[in-house]
Design a protein around this ligand. Structure first.
Ligand SMILES: OC[C@H](O)c1ccc2ccccc2c1
Length: 457
């Protein structure tokens, strides 16, 4: 559905704003309209199992209200040159695709949920059709369903998916005559971009100075690829999914608690030991994504905020895992308190990405998915809504990873951990990446069960 076919504007006037730093970061990986950040496979999905009598028409109308509330879901990114900007379109109707899954017996429904989730992620969300959100409802019966939402990743990030779901359920509750909490005053992604473009002052200057010193002589961690960029193989990203053994997940939580570190610091430390053992470098710069939302008032905004943050830790001389965690903790505290958009960090460390600017190398991002407290289960409007986190089904074609690999681990409220490794199959060999994943999980188990041992293993 193109903009012209849409009913006359009913909401706020369309507006334009400067590109955000994140949108300019994505332009660094621009691969046109078919691939990469501005292609139809660069999307981010979420799935929720819904128990209770669900009114599909009320859900679709509530989706339309979510699109009306959040401009990012109806914003066009105009790239390239001096006219680069983001253009907000008037509100439009949202669609809800319904899949009849009534033939699926109860014992196969968990698997069917993963298969629908994967089917949506192997599909597309066109960056030039609005709203930038696809919604699919799989119905096992009148009171058992699965909702999969897939947003274009230039319009939403992982945190935004929680915001979209919370707002959707609130609108749904009101439409079905149930109690619903007030929604917070909405701030728009456009306001964030304007705030960001006006930022100045001493703290910004001090952050720039920190990154200039911290990254002096540094190169982002680079991994040789099986296929060079110049082979021009068709771009595609596969997703290998895994769950951590409960014992390892418990050890990771326990280590974080007893060593006053975050789960991210502990898992990142294990990942650094894995890189050190596998690639032999001690001075390691691992890119992660911070929440990137700047101020509290943007925590309820839908948009793409995550910031590509290079974390440099030198493992030289580390006697054991404890020492790695100590140094990594310091790296994280210094970096996250000076969160600066990557395009500005690059201005302070122009050589940082030289190691991946070559034909046969890529960088791997390591992130732990942050989720609001209690994000797992919501009971509202006579429904019990539970986020689908534990995924065991991998897929050969999923959401596009712009250029490299993306390691993601999520700890759900029960303490269990699940994760995924997304990587470009036009650059990497699937078996080799499965081996890499197995080696990381082995090192993670190793360092958590024997933290006093030498990190060389
Ligand atoms: O959520 C972040 C998004 O999946 C992303 C964006 C840019 C990247 C660039 C290089 C490697 C991984 C990336 C992931």
């Amino acid at each position: 559905m193109t903009v012209s076919e849409i009913s006359p504007a009913t909401g706020t006037s369309a507006g334009t704003a400067p590109l955000s730093a994140h949108q300019r970061f994505l332009c660094m990986f621009d691969q046109g309209e078919e691939q990469g950040p501005f292609g139809p496979r660069y999307h981010i999905a979420g799935a929720w199992r819904i128990a209770g009598a669900l009114d599909a028409e009320a859900l679709r109308a509530a989706l339309t209200e979510v699109v009306g509330r959040h401009e990012a879901l109806r914003t066009e990114v105009v790239r390239g040159g001096p006219g680069a900007s983001q253009r907000v379109l008037p509100p439009m109707e949202a669609a809800l695709e319904i899949h009849d899954l009534s033939g699926v017996p109860a014992e196969r429904r968990d698997r069917a949920v993963e298969e629908l989730y994967n089917a949506v992620e192997s599909g597309t969300v066109d960056a030039a059709r609005f709203p930038l959100l696809r919604a699919v409802l799989g119905r096992f019966g009148d009171d058992d369903a699965v909702l999969v939402l897939n947003a274009h990743h230039t319009a939403a990030d992982a945190w935004s998916m929680h915001v979209i779901l919370r707002d959707l359920l609130t609108y749904y509750a009101r439409r079905t005559g149930h109690e619903a909490p007030e929604l917070p005053e909405v701030t728009q992604y456009r306001e964030f971009a304007e705030w960001e473009s006006r930022r100045s002052g001493e703290s910004l200057e001090k952050a720039r100075e920190f990154w200039r010193e911290n990254l002096r002589g540094a190169r982002i961690h680079a991994v040789r690829t099986v296929h060079p960029r110049s082979a021009n193989l068709p771009k595609s990203s596969a997703w290998q999914r895994f769950t951590l053994e409960s014992e390892v997940a418990a050890l990771a939580h326990e280590y974080a608690r007893t060593h006053r570190s975050s789960l991210f610091m502990v898992l990142l430390s294990a990942y650094e030991v894995f890189l050190y053992r596998t690639y032999g470098e001690a001075d390691i710069v691992v890119p992660t994504f911070s929440l990137g939302r700047g101020q509290e008032r943007f925590m309820d905004t839908v948009g793409a905020f995550v910031n590509f943050l290079p974390l440099r830790t030198d493992l030289t001389g580390c006697a054991d895992f404890h020492e790695v965690v100590t140094r990594t903790k310091k790296t994280c505290l210094r970096a996250f308190t000076r969160d600066l958009p990557f395009v500005e960090i690059m201005a302070q460390a122009p050589e940082l990405m030289a190691s991946v600017a070559v034909d046969d190398a890529q960088t791997w991002v390591f992130q732990v998915a942050a989720a609001p407290p209690g994000d797992s289960v919501e009971t509202i409007a006579g429904l019990r809504v539970e986020r689908v986190w534990r995924r065991t089904v991998s897929q050969p074609v999923g959401s596009d990873v712009p250029d490299g690999a993306l390691w993601t681990i999520h700890a759900d409220a029960s303490g269990e951990m699940a994760g995924s490794l997304g990587f470009n199959t036009n650059r990497n060999d699937e078996d080799a990446m499965n081996g890499v994943l197995a080696e990381f999980l082995h090192v993670l188990h190793d360092v958590l069960t024997a933290p006093d041992s030498p990190i060389e293993g």
